[in-house]
Design a protein around this ligand. Structure first.
Ligand code: DX5
Ligand code: ZN
Length: 228
């Protein structure tokens, strides 16, 4: 994967069931961001998860374009950008310019969800739609054809290190039962102890923050999650 090439041509094939780990940089050491990014770059994780929070959609503020650009410069991985911001449509283009290969927006955060997903695709990257634990799959049924990925939240968005909500796997099964053929990603409280369950339920991509960066050896922990 070439650096600074975030076009759809470098993205994984949608449709085939995959096993991808996407470590969340929210749990990285920001004083050593380049070191931690390069560590993930050498690991078996194919993606890097970037949590952008605005303090409005969620009660926390994380980081934005400069940090994404710094991660892009230090890594060749597929950058998976999870926008936890209101009116994400205003910023899609800038996140793509900063290096996103996938932009995921929350169904609850925009009044024009379909238009936002179409805008993301028109920028040449993958489109993702995310639902909070209290949002049913039915809320996004009408826009699934425009989403390359569905991100099922298995914690309330806003913070790393929370406990996994098992009922979120029912939503993954429901999406598969509905015939959704795109990628399914799960985010929140994922570790080697529940990674197998998530893959079996139909997930292709597992986000993990604390489980990876809190492990004695994050590279080994990623291998463990892939080999459950
Ligand atoms: C939460 C974020 C997650 C978070 C996951 O709002 O979307 O990506 O960093 O962290 P863990 O794996 O620690 O639950
Ligand atoms: Zn996330």
């Amino acid at each position: 994967m070439a650096k600074n090439n975030n076009s759809a041509s470098e993205t994984p094939a949608v449709g085939a069931h995959q096993r991808i780990i996407s470590p969340s940089m929210l749990s990285a050491d920001f004083g050593n961001l380049e070191r931690d990014t390069k560590m993930i770059d050498r690991s078996a994780a194919e993606w890097i998860h970037i949590d952008v929070m605005d303090g409005v959609f969620v009660p926390n503020i994380s980081f934005g374009f400069p940090v994404l650009k710094a991660i892009r410069a230090a890594s060749d991985k597929f950058l998976d950008v999870h926008l936890m911001i209101v009116e994400p449509e205003k910023y899609v283009k800038r996140f793509v310019e900063a290096g996103a290969a996938l932009v995921t927006v929350h169904a609850e955060a925009t009044s024009n969800l379909l238009g936002t997903l179409e805008l993301i695709r028109s920028c040449g990257v993958l489109s993702g739609v995310s639902i909070k634990p209290s949002t049913p799959v039915s809320a996004i049924a009408d826009v699934l054809y425009a989403a390359d990925l569905v991100l099922v939240m298995s914690v309330e968005p806003g913070f790393g290190g929370q406990s996994f909500m098992p009922h979120s796997l029912d939503k993954v099964r429901e999406l598969r039962a509905m015939g959704y053929k795109g990628l399914i990603e799960i985010d929140g409280g994922i570790s080697a102890s529940n990674a197998g369950l998530a893959f079996e339920a139909g997930c292709d991509v597992l986000v993990a923050g604390n489980a990876v960066f809190g492990a004695p050896d994050p590279v080994v922990e990623i291998e463990k999650m892939l080999n459950v």
